[in-house]
Design a protein around this ligand. Structure first.
Ligand code: NDP
Length: 274
């Protein structure tokens, strides 16, 4: 059985909408986009659309590809002090003249709904999470929705980015799984992935994980998004892996959950400001 994202995302968005109605005001989400990355443009419009559906006021701020770091920091400062903005994100990647770490550190942690500020990442690792990056949060929602137990399970995360792999490993560890984190320097990846009862793959390489690399009966969450001849594909070879394991499809899996969990974080930021 495929681990579909839609029923999970629909439930989360419904809960967010109800939470917004209870608040009595419309939370403000600002999204900063710098440059002309086509994928970022699509992601940002889908986030704004979902925000509006949930009763959240989404606003895009677009800076040109040539924007300087100082210009972006000034915009971040304005959003930090704007009381109508409850949470905001700076869409990554940023053009090379801008130091992304510096920008992320400049965001007030209480408005950091992407959970990428070092304070929020640190709280997660310390086992006291506040804002957690939306994609790994979505994976945890998926595991819980499909009643996939984490405690005592062998979990393997392939990928160690700050946005997905590292927070994913921390969340699974906090949920009492025994966690291994693999990356590009891991020797014999298959030896690790075959041990996984829960396997989360966030690399960005199509068909990296094939049937013979997966344990029978495992839950496999494919975070990867690759564009091949105009079509989306994940990191997992769905055809061979789905014969022995439950797999989240791409598209239709984690992607929908990322946007829903971002809205969950915006609601949380607004509830805390009430
Ligand atoms: P990054 O490029 O930041 O990280 C990729 C990770 O994969 C790195 O840790 C890298 O290792 C590791 N890696 C690369 N090659 C291999 C290999 N052959 N074997 C094992 N590990 C390898 O990507 P992100 O974490 O930002 O994103 C990962 C994927 O998830 C992408 O396809 C992205 O598009 C997708 N994504 C999907 C989202 C969604 O909503 N569904 C949201 C965010 C991302 P090392 O650290 O050693 O370089």
């Amino acid at each position: 059985m495929a681990l579909e994202g839609k029923p999970v995302a629909d439930r989360i968005l419904k809960e967010v909408k109800e939470g917004v109605e209870e608040l009595g005001f419309s939370p403000g989400l600002a999204i900063v986009r710098v440059g002309d990355d086509p994928a970022s443009k699509v992601y940002v419009s889908s986030k704004i659309k979902r925000a509006e559906e949930a009763g959240i006021k989404g606003t895009e701020h677009h800076l040109p590809e040539t924007a300087t770091e100082a210009e972006l920091l000034e915009l971040v400062h304005q959003l930090n002090i704007d009381s109508s903005v409850h949470g905001f994100i700076v869409q990554l990647p940023l053009p090379p003249q801008i130091n992304a770490e510096k920008v992320l550190e400049f965001i007030y942690p209480e408005k950091d709904v992407d959970g990428l500020h070092p304070l929020n990442l640190g709280k997660l690792v310390a086992g006291d999470p506040h804002f957690v990056p939306a994609t790994p949060l979505g994976v945890m929602e998926m595991l819980s929705h499909y009643k996939i137990e984490t405690a005592g399970k062998n979990a393997v995360v392939v990928g160690r980015s700050n946005m997905v792999g590292k927070p994913m490993s921390a969340l699974l560890l906090n949920a009492n799984a025994t966690v291994e984190t693999c990356h590009s320097r891991t020797k014999d990846l298959a030896e690790h992935t075959r041990r996984a009862e829960i396997l989360v793959v966030a690399v960005g390489k199509p068909k990296l994980i094939t049937g013979e690399m997966v344990r029978e009966g495992a839950a496999v969450i494919d975070v990867g998004i690759n564009r091949i001849e105009g079509k989306l594909a994940g990191d997992v070879d769905f055809e061979t892996v789905s014969k022995k394991a439950r797999v989240s499809p791409v598209p239709g899996g984690v992607g929908k959950l990322t946007v829903a969990c971002l809205m969950k974080n915006v609601l949380k930021a607004a509830q805390e400001k009430k």
